[in-house]
Structure formats: structure tokens, C-alpha cells
Design a protein around this ligand. Sequence first.
Ligand SMILES: [Fe+2]
Length: 175
Amino acid sequence: MPTDRADPEPLTPYQYPNPPEALPEIVIPNAIPTDERLWVPQAENVWFRPLCLNASQGYWMNLLRVRKSGVLSRHRHPQAVHGFVLKGRWKYLEHDWWAEEGGYVFEPPGETHTLYVPEDVQEMITYFQVNGVMYYTDPYGKGMGYEDVFTKIDMCRKHFEEVGLSADYVKQFIR
Ligand SMILES: [Fe+2]
């Protein structure tokens, strides 16, 4: 709440508990992991690292990692996506611009695109918030499958089990 009064106790923490219905926070010290097992394979040369799999609101926060000549298949977004490039660069085949290291991207609802990482980029990592679904299509918009927060949770569960972290390892990322 905006106020024009100075706070008489600026360094006093809030004195009450959060609402009992509030979900626990997620704190991940090494968001870009050195443990290779935390990267969930998605396609050839494409992985994601879950940070928050928000089942209660239907979105997911993740790092997408693509190594040279990797492609994230053509898909449509019915809801907005936010991206922040942490490493490397990439482009959408449908646009002229490049997403470069340190850059921010907003993808509006209705956008269909194909994410491409060129041969000369050894590795790109981008932090993405993806809302709703990624609806995979052929070049003419015909549906070929989808991903949502629940398919992402399922992929993580299977992968973490396979690499010996246990299926339950995904639970810490779910809210
Ligand atoms: Fe996308």
C-alpha cells in the first residue's frame, strides 16, 4: 500500500506469520546446475531444468538449454511467455531478430514459432516462464501434441527416477 508516511521501524521484520493457506517458498541456490542429472532431456540437444512447476496456476518456470544446432519444435502459445537469455543466443525461424545473452523476450499470446540455435553456439541457456500450454503444430498449424505443467511434471518424475534421484525429487518444484 503506497503511503506518504515514513516507516518508523524500517529494519523491523513483519511480525506475523504468512496466511496459513500460503504455499511454501522455493529457494534454489544453484539454479544453473552442475549436476547433469538435473537437466531433463526434451529432444535431441534440448534439455530443461525445472525451477517452479506451478500446478495451481498452470505455468512453469524453467531453464531451457540447447546445444549447437538444436531446435525446439514449432509450437503455438495461447498465453504469454517471458524469457531472459542467460547464455548464448538463439532465434525463432519466424522472426528476423536474435535473442542475445542478457536480453529479455516477451512472446504474446497467439504466437507460433520454432526456436533455433545455430551451429556456432556451443550452448544456450534461457530462463522461460511458460503459461498454459505449448501446442505443437505442423507448418500449417495442425496440432501434433502439447505440453503443459502436468506433462512437464511427468517428464521430470520419469527422468529423475531413471537417473537415480527418485521420482519424488520433482515434488520440491511443484506448487
Ligand atoms: Fe515458445
